[in-house]
Write a protein that binds this ligand. Structure first.
Ligand SMILES: [Zn+2]
Length: 283
């Protein structure tokens, strides 16, 4: 029996493959570990308490760092105040602060992509991602298909373009988690989605303000994770297991904010929010 603090649940690229992973901080030797979720044939996690802990921060140069004091936090947060300041991504993204560490400066001054992504039912979203993360960001969000439409030299110009495209072409910049969950069983109709994405990219190409023209990509390929069997589509809507203290079952897939397990021929969905920041033990 070992004890861990879950710090992240998401996707990782290994060679050409995308894998769902869980990252945790070992409380015995204070090391971060990344575990492939597929390796858990049988999940059997027990939450040690309902207390939530700070997950530490990430620095481009230093890498992942644990919270210096392993602080207790309110369940609506991910980090304590100090770690959030160091992590900074949030304050830069939402409050327009300028990056202070060299790692963050490098991150924000590197190339970004602007994408259109499709979500059920019939939702087109515009978003931005650092070029190093590209597809991972789309998998994390559970996008059903996507096309990269522009490349910018830094984060700021990508955000500016995103804002412009959203307003000018009526594209949303966020899709609600409950919308994604309610359509989790739907396998995408790729022909229909491709038509929709093609129409939108053509409309953008024809009507975009000429100031943004230089950023547009000349070849735009529509991709879907559906084609590569990366995404798990349950046949029935999973039962949401809010605040469960036992996480038990066979790993089936990661869909947006939910980890899906199967137990006695039923599907159960555990929200990342109820797992990340909690101490667990497993057999
Ligand atoms: Zn902290």
């Amino acid at each position: 029996m070992s004890e861990f603090l879950i710090t992240h649940i998401g996707w990782s690229k290994k060679g050409q493959k995308y894998l769902p992973v869980l990252e945790w901080f070992r409380l015995d030797n204070h090391e971060f570990q990344k575990v492939e979720l597929d390796k858990f044939k049988n999940f059997d996690f027990t939450k040690q308490s309902s207390k939530k802990f700070c997950i530490g921060y990430y620095d481009e140069l230093e890498g992942k760092k644990p919270c210096p004091r392993l602080k207790l936090i309110d369940e609506k947060y991910e980090r304590c105040f100090e770690c959030e300041e160091k992590n900074q991504l949030k304050s830069i993204l939402f409050f327009g602060k300028t990056p202070t560490t060299q790692g963050l400066k490098n991150y924000f001054n590197s190339e970004h992509l602007v994408y259109l992504a499709y979500f059920e039912p019939n939702i087109l979203k515009v978003g931005t991602v650092n070029i190093k993360r590209s597809e991972l960001r789309l998998l994390e969000q559970d996008a059903q298909a996507y096309v990269f439409i522009a490349r910018t030299p830094n984060a700021e110009s990508a955000w500016k373009l995103e804002k412009y495209l959203s307003k000018r072409f009526g594209l949303t910049t966020a899709v609600q988690s409950k919308t994604k969950f309610s359509t989790i069983t739907l396998k995408p109709n790729l022909d229909k989605i491709k038509t929709l994405l093609n129409q939108k990219t053509n409309e953008i190409e024809k009507n975009i303000d000429e100031n943004y023209f230089e950023f547009l990509l000349t070849s735009k390929n529509i991709n879907s994770f559906f084609q590569n069997d990366i995404i798990f589509y349950p046949e029935t809507l999973p039962k949401k297991m809010t605040k469960a203290s036992k996480i038990k079952g066979v790993f089936k897939g990661l869909r947006g904010n939910y980890l899906i397990l199967e137990s006695e021929q039923n599907y159960f969905a555990y929200s990342k929010k109820d797992l990340v920041g909690y101490r667990i033990s497993y057999v």
